[in-house]
Design a protein around this ligand. Sequence first.
Ligand code: PMP
Length: 785
Amino acid sequence: MTSDTVNKIGTSPTLKISSKAKAMKAAGIDVIDLSVGEPDFATPENIKTAGIKAIEQNFTKYTENEGIPALKAAIVQRLKEDHGLTYVPSEVIVSSGAKSSLFHLIMALVNEGEEVIIPAPYWVTYPEAVNLVKGKPVIVPTKEENGFLLQPDELKAAVSPATKVLLLNNPSNPTGATYTKKQLEALAEVIRGEDMYVISDEIYAKLIYDDFEYASFASLGEEIKKKTIIVNGVSKSYSMTGWRIGYAAGPADIISGMGKIQSHTTSNPCSISQKASLEALAGPQHEVARMTAEFQRRRNYVFQRLQTVPGLSCFKPQGAFYVFPNVASFYGKESGGMRLRNSYGMAYYLLKEARVAIVPGDAFGDDNCIRLSYATSMANLEKGLDRIVQALRELKPAKKAKTFILGNTTTRVRKSGPVEPNLSLKMRDALAAEMDAHLGFANYFEWNANINGVVIQLRTNVAHLNDFWMDNWYPAQLEPDFKPHGILYAVDGIPGREPRAFYNPETHTGFLVNADNYGPVRSLALGMVLDISETMLGTHALRGMSAETGGEVLALVGPPGTKKTELFFELLKDKQFRLHSSELAFIRQSGSGAQADCPERKLFLPTNTVELLPGLAALFDHSKCENVIGHKENCQDAECQRLDDCRLDRGSAYCYKASKEAHGLLDPNWLAGPAGFARRGTLRWIFLLRLDSTSPAVVKLEPKEALRILSLGEAPGTNRSLTAKAQPFFNPHWLGAGRGEAAMANAGRLESQKAFFGRLLEVAKCYLFNSGVAGADKIKETVGK
Ligand code: PMP
């Protein structure tokens, strides 16, 4: 498992989309790549020659950690010439690309929890770099009508006592917005009064158009210079992206801190590249002017084309080589059955339909826009824009405006915690008092559920739990003096407690502490009902998936990893079979038969069941759901990630597959209508599932052997690596499974369970079924259907 820090970040979306475009090109598809973040020009000859010379002269060994003195001197000189700034070599460090400078700088400056103000739209790497050092990115959106420039009052409002840094990108990737000296001065006014630094990423400082007068943030006076660290490099200005040389200039103590970090990460940057960069920075500069003039010509062309597209607005950039048009007016439109919802959807549509690779604006913190790079030939730009304009023209208002918002609740806790099933009476009283005190009345929910004739009262302060509870069960009487059979406290927000569940059998009181997800509430409720009905009503339960046919019920019982769900839905495809229960049935012995009842109004189904039954997606769309993934960073589906095939990337607002912990409360009637659902039947067949490649498909079990397997909760040959730990009677809801003292206390209950199953196995046939070698047809054949 990767660390929490890594789990918090995603791969650079720009790199991902360009590699996708590269792969499409390699497969012979004519893709125009407007996603690239690098000049398309060759590195100038004199620079290349300097690199070659470095190799010939064997300048191929480690250099000074912070860069060769000649290059540092050239950087000092360039900062003087370009911005009138004075630095000494100890205030300069050379690294393997500006990205590396930036990362070392953030590591050197930012402590855990400290805030870094990042105006949005931002370069994709900024928030991730801050996340990687456990800092807190504070994203401040800028407005298109303000030219995507951070306003002084916006900056002021974002500053807090925890602020450490303002991260300014001037000119900006992705908008091309560039600050005038006056605008920078207004921001500096706010900075002067605060104890904070400015990282000024000036990597595009040379690519400025229309005689715009560029100013470096550090040039705003000595006080500001002391608070500013400039990040720059040779990648963009000298068309040297692959050479990987960047640098930083700022206060000596910070630069020396970066040097310490660099000594442990990359050591010195590439020796050959340093020599080439020395030539770039100290040699003739006319190539830069030539490239800039060409970029300006392209910017004018792209901007003029985009301006004529109805429904699209575009800010005119003064620098860098990107445009960031607003395409939000196309959201909600569709073409060829594909409906656009957001910038990811737009990127996917343009790649698929127009064969143009662009980057979704959401990656830069603005979902209304997309980023196009004009760092590609004029011919490519013409072709690319023709295609984009055409594809946008094909988008039509959606015929059926299917705008629904998924009823989804994201909970803090996702997994079920352990249950302590034998809470003492004394502890029960203390815990109940603590819960009551915490519940108060301002946010208190109470509802009686009738679960197979047993009334359980939920007492909770979590609205979501109350909502699912009321939807899941049949209601019971709700009168002030009505005494429920059991009480279930589900109380969240108690300081200092881990999510835990407890049960006191004497008073039938259950406690769920500090969990806000429904799964454990439902499970504890079923466990409580089992306990109450076993002792009071002689009713037991069989945990499995069951189907009814002609009044008779067939149950599939087995641990995870034995294809229970696959077999179940396969069986239901045959109209002879009706859905009975998706998880647990209560069994009452009557005369010569065993009557099996489904206790729930709804099916609490993992939403990833859509993989087996894609039709379920449309039903989940209007069910109540919990923990359905709407953000890619929460996705747990390694397979999708490996294939790089993500619904969310294609513009879908959510994904049912992405999490094992996502559930929907589905109305069983929606699956096949009322005729496809039976709540009651006589239990006739139990199939105990196992999965291997050698055992026979079906083995009829003698009642004694069946009872032994059931009470152990482990089918012979079960692959332990696939399955969870064995649960008596395969039933994780059963509260009788304690150890040590608890097991002794439960010995009586275990006997009563065994006696019940013993009787059941006299009236129901039990088979060992190997789902590794046979499918639903074999089950049908066995039961004579
Ligand atoms: N800053 C910004 C704003 C950039 O766009 C990029 C490159 N895309 C960099 C820094 C990193 O440049 P380098 O190649 O020097 O790592």
